[in-house]
Design a protein. Sequence first.
Length: 195
Amino acid sequence: MKVTKAEWVISAVKPAQYPADALPEIALAGRSNVGKSSLINRLINRKNLARTSSKPGKTQTINFYRINDILYFADMPGYGFAKVPKSVKAAWGRMIEGYLLHRRELCGVIQVIDLRHPPTRDDQNMYAWLKHYGIPAIVAATKADKISKGQWPKHLKRIREGIGLVPEDPLILFSAQTGQGKEELWKGIRRLTGN
Ligand code: GDP
């Protein structure tokens, strides 16, 4: 997909601030520091629109980006961060749960997982939760450039089995560094949004 326009619209802390123009939405979920911002930037060919954050878990907002005036990316705060009070985790949970359950514009979620490591408990919970509520997902296994090609199948299998990926959800090998998987991911996004 050729992205000619990509703009940050709002960092929302509550539903009243979510965009009201009813465009289809794709949400992004992933552990803090997994490479979610880098993936978004690569998808839209911008160096730094989705800020690559060095403060894991700090941003408790949903960032909305309008792409080509046809869809939104809703970048959710990273999960699995250590060293935050229980109350913050609870607030995170409520916000994300509320968004995922009630947002009519939501077409699906890109869950970003680090290809190098086995899925974490938080990765497993997030995916299980999406499936429990019947939300379509695409799993992007990122940082593929960090391991050798020969190891990819083994690592993909570990992710597929670790989260219990259902056959209808694609698992896409991705690298924000090389751009690998970008077109395949866009294909998946278009399938979800009907664009
Ligand atoms: P976020 O917290 O999930 O948004 O993660 P960031 O996008 O800020 O990425 C965290 C770190 O991983 C940064 O240092 C990125 O440069 C690095 N990173 C992200 N994606 C990739 C990738 O595909 N390949 C490599 N080599 N590094 C990556």
